[in-house]
Design a protein around this ligand. Structure first.
Ligand code: PBG
Ligand code: ZN
Length: 327
């Protein structure tokens, strides 16, 4: 039966591409994206990583070449991770003025000045021999002693020239600790992007292989959040807002769209989400095996993050997105 008197016909506004483009409620721009990069000390390193197709380790010299290319593509915000550093119980190498991250910042700033916005991950797990994100005393990851080291690490990055520091450890009070340390040392303009709501997720698997940062013993559940908790997820972000974070983050992204939406509607701060390594590698592997259309599925995920309320998206996919002109 053909319905003749149908008043509501939503399909009218889907008639062709022109009207669909006009009606789009969510739009993406390259300015929303942050690209993560892994940096190590040494020279001429460009080491591909099996667990994450398309992702490499770079030394400062090869990083310059890569970033020059990224800038041409339109990527001007990067998130730096240090790998391959000397590991010790208290992760001392994390706040060295000569860390791979510090060296990379100095080299990048020299090469690109302020045309590149540099964000650094602040966490100890790639620098401790036990692989935890804080200091261990009597088998326990202790909070306040860890915050002290994280603040030193943030300061070292700020001194090297980072625009923004991003603590990913999930210790209590670390945003306040870092803010105080930065302010006391004259870095009141260095911004803090807090990994404010970070879950103890299995989606970080490939990253830990890349960064060599898996815990030797136990898991991260005494500091990262329980995946079952939504109220606590909001509480964590609101606490970091109160401590002085400039931006909040939900991590991972795909399995936590509800959390993105809740935080967005309860805070006035800009909100980022981190589309993490496991989410990336699952899409890449499925695409390589012909199971999904990579462009379609990547863009579907990006629109989902934005629709849920993410203002900023941290993703390994953005290089492909711009190279292939998906955006
Ligand atoms: C360090 C850190 C991790 C990630 C970002 N910073 C790993 C972890 O917490 O184990 C994960 C990023 C990704 O999976 O892409 N604490
Ligand atoms: Zn960590």
């Amino acid at each position: 039966m053909i319905p003749k008197m149908l008043i509501h016909r939503p399909r009218r506004l889907r008639k062709n591409k022109i009207v669909r483009e006009m009606m789009a409620e969510t739009r993406l721009s390259k300015d929303m994206f942050i690209y993560p990069l892994f940096v190590t000390n040494g020279k001429k390193v460009k080491h591909a990583i099996d667990a994450m197709p398309g992702v490499c380790h770079f030394s400062p010299d090869t990083l310059i070449i890569e970033v020059e290319y990224l800038l041409q593509l339109g990527i001007n915000k990067i998130l730096l991770f240090g790998v391959g550093e000397k590991k010790s119980p208290k992760g001392k190498s994390s706040f060295s003025a000569k860390s791979a991250v510090a060296n990379a910042i100095i080299a990048l700033r020299k090469a690109f000045g302020d045309s590149l916005y540099i964000i650094t991950d602040v966490c100890m797990c790639a620098y401790t021999n036990h692989g935890h994100c804080g200091v261990i005393e009597k088998e326990e990851v202790v909070n306040d002693a860890s915050v002290e080291i994280l603040a030193k690490m943030a300061l070292a990055h700020a001194k090297a020239g980072a625009d923004m520091v991003a603590p990913s450890d999930m210790m209590d009070g670390r945003v306040a600790g870092i803010r105080k340390k930065l302010d006391e040392n004259g870095y009141s303009n260095t911004a803090i992007l807090s990994y404010s709501t970070k879950f103890a997720s299995a989606y970080y698997g490939p990253f830990r292989a890349v960064a060599d940062s898996a815990p030797q013993k136990g898991d991260r559940k005494s500091y990262q959040m329980d995946i079952r908790n939504a109220s606590e997820a909001l509480r964590e972000s609101l606490l970091d807002e109160a401590e002085g974070a400039d931006m909040l983050m939900v991590k991972p992204a795909l399995a936590y769209l509800d959390v993105i939406q809740t935080i967005k509607s309860n805070s006035l701060l800009p909100l980022a989400c981190y589309n993490v390594s496991g989410e990336y590698s699952m899409v890449k592997m499925a695409a390589q095996n012909g199971l999904v259309n990579e462009q379609a599925i990547v863009m579907e995920n990006m629109y989902a993050f934005s629709r849920a309320g993410a203002d900023i998206i941290i993703t390994y996919h953005v290089k492909d997105m711009l190279e292939q002109k998906w955006l």
